[in-house]
Design a binder for this molecule. Structure first.
Ligand code: CUA
Length: 193
């Protein structure tokens, strides 16, 4: 018995024990790293970053903020100007937006099918529209006139033809139009009258 412990077999046993110790240490480090990845992954999935606003694509056209009658420009009771729009293959609804010159305008938009986006002429109005999420930003248009608003995210074969117009009215003209519609709850449109 004792002969088996001493001699060449003994050093082999010591080497094996050391190997096993290292294997356990390395496996523990790998397990710890994998655990960290799983925990941070689950944490990110469960806790979206702040200011992310979601919307149900399936009921978008049926109820809530983005029903068709609620799309377009409104003058809020607090005096803010709000534009709501949706993007779908291959058009914006509405396809012509009316906004005032020199007044902050808040945009709220989303998409129904694919990722779209838009930029308004040479202004800083520029956003992506992603199904399931509400994009919002506020900007001011410094000059009256008409600007083109093309889709700037490749969204399919009709992408090149997907664009809308933005009509920027002088402040007084816009406010007069908006106030005349406020009682009826209608949205401002590019249709004259
Ligand atoms: Cu919509 Cu490109």
């Amino acid at each position: 018995m004792s002969a088996a412990i001493h001699g060449p077999h003994a050093s082999e046993a010591v080497a094996n024990a050391a190997e096993r110790r290292w294997a356990i240490i390395v496996a523990s480090i790998i397990a710890l790293l994998v655990l960290m990845m799983v925990v941070t992954g689950l944490h990110w999935a469960a806790m979206p970053p702040s200011r992310v606003e979601t919307v149900d694509v399936k009921t978008l056209h049926l109820r809530g903020e983005f029903v068709e009658s609620n799309l377009g420009t409104t003058l809020q009771p607090d005096g803010r100007v709000m534009v709501r729009l949706i993007a779908q293959q291959y058009a914006f609804v509405p396809n012509c937006l009316v906004v005032p010159e020199g007044v902050p305008v808040t945009f709220r938009g989303t998409a129904t099918d694919a990722i779209h986006g838009f930029v308004v002429g040479r202004t800083n109005a520029n956003t992506m529209l992603i199904p399931g999420f509400v994009a919002t930003f506020t900007t001011t248009f410094p000059k009256a006139g008409e600007q083109l608003m093309p889709c700037h995210e490749y969204c399919g074969t009709g992408h090149e033809a997907m664009w809308a117009r933005v009509r920027i009215l002088p402040r007084e003209e816009f406010l007069a139009k908006a106030k005349s519609l406020q009682s009826s709850g209608e949205r401002l449109s590019c249709v004259p009258g």
